[in-house]
Ligand binder design. Structure first.
Ligand code: BES
Ligand code: ZN
Ligand code: ZN
Length: 455
């Protein structure tokens, strides 16, 4: 049965903008002329931003879903007037995007499915392509959320390539999967080392999207650990369920390539995904082992739980072979970045100008990121007595920085490089357009970055 509602914005006072919510944070609805109405009294003291538009749309959508409302009207003109400080088209895209993501659910394993998504109707002659853009951005982000939320026995290094093949089967994206033998032939020895304890074969997946081959090649390198137990340096003392999301970087890369392809973006991008499971076993990689990379660099494994950097090294080397001009790696890499920045901001390292550029993009698209320093003096904490360097620092400070310094050793010469540590932002509570679980962080950031540097 249809149950309709409408959203009414009331600009009360230029300086005071508040949203009408009950104690549970749900929007309060009233009846106006027999129509269920969300009264949004607009104007927060802080400046309006596109991400606030998304958060607002997300919470109204979730409340509507709880109340089993099937159709909701919002007037484009009212949106425009209410958020007059922001570009009109961007506000429309953001509202639709927030709406779609706010009603995201991962209920594959719930015996009782949640209510159907309430459908949003933007009235007053809005341009259809803006609505499409909002939907496409949300769908690509939701795709990454689905991958992150999936159980670690369902999304494995063996099923992940198949999922990506299916996803991109009717698209402009070429999926190339290097299986274990090819990985060995290509001397991706970090990936092979981390894989030793797992019952699954690893995979190295390349997603080629050649939207415009005249544009500089951008390599997006994603950490795809489908479960991180720590390996022989076993993690302990906490609920490890969230370590199924240790492929969040790979999900961001796959989602970004999907978004770019669906937008027909004129960019030249390759996604490079290393997928593997980090397990303890009698065959496992051992602390004290040494990995020799294709470049000849040798690494002492001080801790098998610092596995992300071991596999990303192979991805960075591959980006060099493909002669990428821009290399951006993204990974749920360190607990230290979570301590430093908390759950709402990723850390970015690398090229100064590019860091500023992604920071600004993140402020607009909601994947917030903060520039971090590569402190030269800390590099020596990676020294090893019997290999070129070690995969962990001998000091307890600056763990996100030393991880980034490790990765820098594998960045191809002449490439412009960024490293995004998303360990803190991989998971969220229910809030705004976020649903408890995987966030899909990085999809919009990587896609918007690729678009921006290809202009
Ligand atoms: N996957 C973890 C990092 C992580 C922690 C992601 C918490 C999300 C939430 C990573 O592989 C790891 O274990 N890192 C270690 C590195 C240490 C051994 C140098 C860490 O951060 O403790
Ligand atoms: Zn680990
Ligand atoms: Zn990990």
């Amino acid at each position: 049965m249809e149950k309709k509602a409408t959203i009414l914005f009331q600009v009360e006072n230029e300086n005071v903008r508040h949203f009408v919510k009950d104690a549970q944070g749900n929007f309060v609805t009233t009846m106006i002329d027999d129509v269920i109405t969300f009264v949004v009294k607009e104007n927060v003291k802080e400046a309006a931003s596109l991400d606030k538009v998304r958060m607002l749309a997300g919470s109204i959508a979730r409340t509507a879903m709880k109340q089993k409302i099937t159709n909701v009207d919002v007037s484009a003109q009212q949106l425009r007037e209410t958020f007059h400080e922001l570009a009109t088209d961007d506000v429309t895209i953001a509202f639709v995007e927030g709406w779609e993501l706010g009603t995201y659910t991962f209920d594959t394993y719930k015996s009782k499915k949640k209510a159907a998504k309430p459908e949003l109707h933007v009235t007053d002659g809005v341009i259809a392509s803006l609505i499409d853009q909002g939907k496409v951005r949300a769908a690509a982000t939701a795709f990454a959320r689905d991958l992150m939320n999936e159980t670690p026995s369902t999304l494995t290094p063996e099923t992940f390539p198949e999922i990506l093949r299916d996803t991109f089967s009717d698209s402009a994206v070429d999926v190339v999967v290097h299986a274990k033998e090819q990985i060995a032939a290509m001397e991706m020895n970090g990936l092979l080392a981390v894989n030793r304890g797992s019952k699954y074969d690893p995979a190295f997946i390349e997603l080629h999207y050649r939207g415009d081959e005249s544009k500089p090649l951008i390599a997006l390198v994603g950490k795809g650990v489908t479960f991180d137990t720590g390996g022989i340096s076993l993690k302990s003392g906490r609920n490890l369920s969230d370590m199924r999301m240790d492929m969040g970087g790979a999900a961001a890369v796959a989602g970004a390539v999907k978004l770019l392809a669906e937008m027909n973006a004129p960019v030249n991008v390759v996604g490079l995904i290393q997928t593997v499971e980090n397990m303890p076993d009698r065959h496992s990689l051992l602390p004290g082992d040494i990995i020799t990379y294709k470049t000849g660099q040798t690494v002492q494994v001080g801790n098998t739980d610092a596995e992300g950097r071991l596999i990303l090294a192979d991805g960075l080397i591959r980006a060099g072979e493909l002669e990428a001009e821009y290399v951006v790696d993204i990974a749920t890499l360190t607990g230290a970045i979570h301590f430093a920045l908390g759950p709402k901001m990723g850390g970015v390292f690398g090229d100064d100008q590019l860091m500023e550029q992604v920071k600004t993009l993140g402020e607009q698209n909601g994947d917030h990121v903060w520039p971090m320093p590569l402190i030269e003096d800390y590099e020596r904490t990676l020294n090893s007595d019997y290999a070129d360097f070690c995969n962990i620092s001998n000091q307890s400070y600056g763990g996100a920085i030393t991880a980034a310094l490790f990765l820098r050793k594998f960045v191809p010469d002449n490439a412009k490089w960024l490293h995004i540590d998303m360990a803190g932002t991989m998971e969220s509570k229910t809030e705004g357009y976020y649903e408890a679980g995987g966030t899909g962080y990085g999809v919009r950031l990587l896609a918007d970055f690729a678009t921006a540097v290809s202009k």
